[in-house]
Design a protein around this ligand. Sequence first.
Ligand code: PBG
Length: 333
Amino acid sequence: MIFANRYFPATRLRRMRRDDFSRRLMREHSLTVDDLIYPVFVLEGDNREQDVKSMPGVKRQSLDRLLYTAEEAVRLGVPMLSIFPVIESGKNNEATEAYNPDGLVPTVVRALKARFPELGLMTDVALDPYTIHGQDGLIDDAGYVLNDETTAVLVKQALCHADAGADMVGPSDMMDGRIGAIRQALEEEGFIHTKLFAYSAKYASSFYGPFRDAVGSAGNLGKADKKTYQMDPANVDEAVQEVAMDLEEGADLVMIKPGMPYLDVIRRVKDTFGVPTFAYQVSGEYAMLKAAAANGWLDGDKCMMESLLAFKRAGADGILTYFALDAARLLKA
Ligand code: PBG
């Protein structure tokens, strides 16, 4: 008999994979619309809309147009927008426009909150859209970004956003001690409900290129980099230390950025602290997937959903992603 000594596997994992119902029962992680945060780029003025070339499907919009985008986010059930300004007038190296109460971000926040009170709004706290050199902070004569001087401006910026009605402020600047300084100031001014979303482990990544095009800081930054304040991509213990500091200083949520190339960091942070941990699937990750899909090399929708699910598997509680509306549409279908 040919099969007399045939070996039978004790476990056939394919048994549970065979049918759709059992695959569904086995499923460990899932993506829902509640996991999605949509970053938007806002322009000064009225009736303006521009495509971001390196991010197909992403637009810069003036407030009147952004209201339609916000309405769509609400309709789809996306919980929160993250607002990034394109500053065309008023840049200077003191970044004074960053805390102008009548500036672009506070104006947009007030208008969106008035129209869609239930839609969460996060603002970006960093000085790069407001400085002529495109760095996230104030610099000295040698071009070094000054920590404590920058933090003082970030505090003003965060208070200005909170005063306009921002639900969350998201410091993305990577100065030391800024979470504590902002938290203290928010408490002192009575903004006890304003949530602090710390970009805790933000790496000096090359995946931010399309974003810098979108907000128009790429030209200003030129060949300079952000390695004296953003993290070295080689490090992970240091990310744990950054998160520990931010939590101690009063962060409500922490973020790892970029996303897909840093899933190990998300897992490590989630396992170490067990706190709300978010990921930013950044502009370059979006651009890569879009480019491959446009060439017919990848199935865009399927790869988008797989990439977002991977964040959940890695331990993320939510994802900032330029795919938020597209993914929400697919989840609803
Ligand atoms: C700047 C900021 C950056 C991003 C968010 N906030 C770029 C940078 O640090 O140069 C990148 C987001 C993306 O690439 O999608 N404070």
